[in-house]
Ligand binder design. Structure first.
Ligand code: SF4
Length: 228
């Protein structure tokens, strides 16, 4: 059960980020299977690189069956712009194989009928699909109350003091799901990422220009002025 202070801080953070960045635009909606594969490609790389790899994938193969049947070395080369091709190519084929095996087709739109928890459990059984990828598919494609936590969301949440320094992404996901109403998830998730990229950098956070200063534990700790 979140404390009243944390609930208040979460609301303040949401409001300030909305004032700063507005309601985020997102790339066009993708079909759920596309979103799943694109999100697998997006691990540890930029949106530009994963987007380029996804475009190459779609240009090289007319169907998901063709992706599944592709020689692994060839698929690895096609998705090269996303990096980690030797890891991501088998993950993609494994996910496709599992979807086809369980559903008889390359279609995961049945997830619309499941709860967020059920959808999360189903998606995370796929090879290489963790709670972040699963939550992105559930939130972006099906508007389910699942809060994706990537490295930026994790870092900003920890510095603000809403999460502890040792809290892992799964714990921070549960935390935001308890702190924020579901209709904030989309904007809050994307605005936290943007804030992490543009201001609250991993190495040198630009605290001097940050609108969250007054609500940030890291700022209070690092910039506090002690008694003379
Ligand atoms: S004040 Fe600094 S550490 Fe805190 S959220 Fe802003 S940039 Fe990050």
């Amino acid at each position: 059960m979140p404390s009243p202070n944390d609930l208040h801080k979460a609301e303040t953070v949401y409001t300030i980020l909305m004032e700063r960045y507005g309601h985020p635009d997102w790339r066009p909606d993708f079909a759920p299977m596309d979103e799943l594969i694109l999100t697998i490609l997006s691990a540890n790389t930029s949106d530009i690189n994963s987007g380029r790899a996804f475009q190459r994938l779609k240009a090289a193969y007319p169907t998901w069956q063709a992706v599944l049947d592709a020689p692994l070395a060839e698929l690895t080369d096609v998705i090269r712009p996303a990096g980690m091709g030797p890891t991501k190519a088998p993950r993609i084929q494994s996910a496709l194989r599992r979807v086809q095996l369980e559903r008889g087709e390359f279609d995961i739109s049945f997830l619309a009928e499941l709860s967020a928890e059920e959808g999360l459990a189903w998606l995370t059984q796929l090879d290489g699909v963790g709670h972040k990828t699963a939550s992105i598919v559930l939130l972006f494609c099906f508007d389910k109350p699942a809060f994706p936590v990537d490295t930026h969301v994790q870092r900003v949440t920890q510095r603000l003091g809403l999460a502890g320094p040792k809290d892992d992404p799964a714990k921070i996901k549960a935390l935001w799901e308890a702190l924020a109403p579901a209709d904030w998830f989309f904007a809050l998730h994307l605005n936290l990422i943007r804030h992490g990229r543009e201001v609250c950098h991993a190495r040198r956070p630009a605290c001097e220009i940050c609108p969250l200063q007054a609500h940030c534990d890291y700022y209070a700790r690092v910039f506090s002025v002690g008694p003379d």
